[in-house]
Design a binder for this molecule. Sequence first.
Ligand code: SF4
Ligand code: SF4
Length: 103
Amino acid sequence: MKTAAYAIAGLLLLWTALGALRHLHLKKTRKGKVICVDESRCTGCRRCCRRCGRHVLEVVQGEAGARALVARPDSCTACGDCLAKCKRGALTLVERGEQKAER
Ligand code: SF4
Ligand code: SF4
């Protein structure tokens, strides 16, 4: 019984350590990046805007309809949380300075 408890505790410890390593790796690889919107793919659904707690993205009405834009690039931490929310594959993380000016 004790062995099973030790095994479970070990697995939990390993899981936590792997999670921390993954977090550090993502932080390192995403350093210096910022979110970018591919207008041709965006439908303006706002899913990304609702996900981003830093209010980086906004949806505006343009000639071609609603689309997201990076309203506050300086606030983007490149966490990537919004990426999975976009079903259109319109979001990518790019090097800062590579994104085109919006607004
Ligand atoms: S989730 Fe994708 S399609 Fe929807 S507004 Fe954001 S970028 Fe555009
Ligand atoms: S990468 Fe993170 S901070 Fe940047 S827009 Fe997406 S959710 Fe917001």
